[in-house]
Write a protein that binds this ligand. Structure first.
Ligand SMILES: Cc1cc2nc3c(=O)[nH]c(=O)nc-3n(C[C@H](O)[C@H](O)[C@H](O)COP(=O)(O)OP(=O)(O)OC[C@H]3O[C@@H](n4cnc5c(N)ncnc54)[C@H](O)[C@@H]3O)c2cc1C
Length: 643
């Protein structure tokens, strides 16, 4: 709505003028608001409920496969999720250990209540940032650009840029069997009005669904019927900066274990007997759900050959008995949920404290966004998180920090910060969403990252901290610590490469048990480390003069050396990728004028208007042959312009 028209409405008042307004204090909004405020912009952060800042409405954990990489990247850029997660972790693990450091993924169980309190406290103490509980009903515009927001109470907040991160709230409804309630998650109010205002601006919307399982009271559970899963403490914290300051993950003895169980034949039968009441299969649910996070009834239907399914019983905090049944989300009626839960090992007397439900919500079609996460349709409107079609706290926060930085860059009149697929999982996430779009909640996975050998969790700071520093989000003091770390890694790598050891009994006694043949002549320590099974730690016996270095240095040195050959191949692929990304496509190109392009490619390119050849090549329906045609066309254009 035009701001001048809004100002004429009844019960309206000027509530303040800001540089950036962020709608939603979920995982995306918290990062966006923190980033904009840290960059010196006067920022206001709105939420429907201040006691639900950074709420974890689903699994009370941060990180996991590919998500752990995202958290470390957010931290490397100067974000806050990693720091808050380290402070609120009740169990830590490094996933994918058997698959090698390229896909190591840190994951931590969170104290859900603490996470919200610690995040709110951090934001309340962030200079330039105002938190405000208010229901944003309308995004106001002036001359085709954003100008502010209007609240339910009639407050007009002026802003030069807006970040929409409304998550799973827009026109949301929760579904349990036949019972449908117009509500946000966890019984919180839903967001009303924004969907119609976005539609009026011509912004395309989609409707997705997701779901969550029951929570039960641990006093009513028999853990002896379950498999225990303890945490680990030989892993780094999420935050690089805290790690460099000496922060250590808590010892396993202070961590709270998780447990695992399998569904039973009775579980299958209960679900089978009640499938007619499943809103998923009765058509009540119209929103598209996440393929990689299916409900339990969906698992039994889609994987009928599988007799049973694994469920994780996860603690939700230190001062609560609530347990979360990971992998058991459902939207079947409550009385059926009771029977389903009671069919599980150790839960026959379980007391359900929160029932499971599905939630449907409106979101923006992410192909209407630029790589900066600014809308192609409404200038100054940025969006991040679940409202862009992703699913997951980490995916939301990864977009949030970029949207926040770029909203600030917009106000400051600076170029946006773009993270490319070769820079990080954040780049893969955003590029997939805005270039390919998504027809279901998009969950990050390592298989989505073609350069995953380079995009490891341990080197996220080496890839992204310089970008965060250049943007102004990483301060001098932290950057200096980072540079010291880099220097230590470079020096130690060089020392290992130039330190030769002669064959010796000690070396032989270390190598032979690893199935490694002892060398017959002098060999560098670096060459030795590249051998399977050989570790930096293990070589201590023959490398006695080494200086004591922090784990975060030696671990990186070891991985770099072990992957040296593969990394060189990967860097060559990345160089080719960057070359294609640098081949800009004019924004006003008439694709109908490009001879040799296939019709489908013409249509897709005209709709998506990719900025460069690299992005054009990732649009479904644009073939490598079409890209060759475009390259020839660009070359002819270049020659013509040089005449
Ligand atoms: C039931 C459920 C199950 C889920 N299951 C999974 C899962 O299995 N796996 C997974 O990865 N993720 C799951 N998620 C998703 C996960 O919760 C989200 O991905 C994540 O919370 C998204 O973060 P966000 O910042 O985009 O939005 P949210 O965390 O949803 O936060 C949105 C914020 O916007 C505010 N807001 C919205 N509208 C307005 C308005 N008009 N005015 C003011 N404030 C507004 C809200 O108050 C809130 O602060 C689930 C979510 C729900 C609700």
């Amino acid at each position: 709505m035009d701001i001048n028209k809004a100002l004429k409405e009844e019960h309206i008042y000027e509530a303040g003028t800001f540089d950036v307004a962020v709608i939603g204090a979920g995982h995306a909004g918290c990062e966006a608001a923190h980033a904009a405020a840290q960059l010196g912009l006067k920022t206001v952060l709105f939420t429907l409920h201040l006691d639900a800042v950074a709420n974890l409405p689903c699994n009370p954990s941060v990180g996991g496969t590919a998500k752990g990489q995202l958290v470390r990247e957010i931290d490397a850029l100067g974000g806050i999720m990693g720091k808050v997660a380290d402070r609120c972790a009740i169990q830590m693990r490094m996933l994918n250990r058997s698959k090698g450091p390229a896909v190591f993924s840190p994951r931590a169980q969170m104290d859900r209540a603490d996470y919200s309190v610690v995040m709110k406290e951090l934001l309340e103490n962030t200079p330039n940032l105002t938190l405000r509980q208010a229901h944003i009903k309308d995004i106001l515009t002036e001359n085709g650009a954003v100008a502010g927001v209007k609240t339910e109470a009639g407050g007009i907040y002026r802003a030069k840029a807006i970040v929409l991160s409304s998550g799973t709230y827009m026109e949301a409804r929760t579904i349990r069997g036949e019972v449908i309630v117009e509500s946000g998650p966890d019984g919180l109010p839903r967001s009303e009005g924004l969907s119609s205002c976005l539609k009026e601006e011509g912004i395309p919307l989609l409707r997705f669904k997701t779901g969550t399982p029951v929570r039960v009271n641990s006093r009513s559970v028999d853990f002896s019927a379950m498999e225990i899963q303890n945490g680990e403490d030989d892993i780094p914290p999420f935050s690089f900066d805290e790690e460099m300051k000496g922060y250590k993950v808590m010892p396993v003895s202070d961590q709270i274990p998780c447990h695992s169980i399998w569904t039973t034949e009775e579980t299958r039968q209960v679900i089978k007997d009640n499938m007619d009441r499943s809103p998923l299969y009765s058509g009540v649910i119209t929103g598209t759900g996440p393929r990689y996070c299916p409900s339990i009834e969906d698992k039994f239907m889609r994987f009928a050959d599988k007799e049973r399914h694994l469920i994780f019983v996860e603690p939700m905090g230190r001062r609560t008995n609530e347990l979360y049944l990971q992998g058991f989300s459902t939207s079947l009626p409550e009385e059926v949920q009771e029977k389903m839960v009671r069919s599980l090992p150790g839960l026959k007397d379980a007391v359900i404290q929160r029932s499971a439900y599905a939630i449907e919500y409106d979101l923006i079609d992410p192909t209407s966004l630029k790589l900066s996460l600014e809308s192609k349709i409404l200038s100054g409107l940025f969006s991040a998180g679940q409202v862009n079609g992703s699913s997951g706290y980490e995916e939301a926060a990864g977009q949030g920090i970029i949207a926040g930085i770029n909203a600030a860059m917009k106000v400051l009149g600076k170029d946006p910060v773009i993270i490319y697929r070769a820079d990080g999982y954040i780049g893969v996430l955003i590029d997939d969403l805005v270039t390919k779009g998504t027809n279901e909640p998009y969950r990050m996975m390592t298989s989505r990252a073609e350069y995953r050998l380079f995009l490891r969790q341990d080197n996220a700071d080496r890839r992204l901290t310089p970008i965060g520093y250049k943007a102004g989000l990483v301060d001098e003091e932290r950057y200096n610590r980072f540079c010291e770390k880099l220097k230590m890694i470079e020096d130690e790598t060089a020392r290992l490469g130039s330190t030769y050891v002669a064959p010796s009994d000690e070396l032989a006694s270390y190598l032979e048990p690893l199935g490694q043949t002892p060398p017959k002549s002098g060999v560098s320590l670096a060459e030795l480390i590249k051998r399977p099974g050989v570790t930096y730690e293990g070589l201590k016996i023959i490398d006695k003069d080494r200086e004591e270095l922090p784990d975060y240095v030696t671990k990186s040195v070891e991985v770099d050396l072990k992957y040296e050959g593969y990394l060189a191949l990967e860097m060559a692929k990345i160089e080719k990728f960057r070359q294609l990304e640098s081949k800009a496509l004019p924004s006003d190109i008439d694709y109908d004028d490009v001879k040799g392009l296939r019709i489908e490619a013409r249509q897709k390119l005209s709709k998506m208007r990719p900025e460069n050849i690299g992005r054009a090549s990732r649009i479904s329906g644009v073939s490598p042959a079409d890209c060759e045609v475009l390259l020839v066309y660009l070359e002819a254009l270049r020659r013509k312009n040089n005449e």
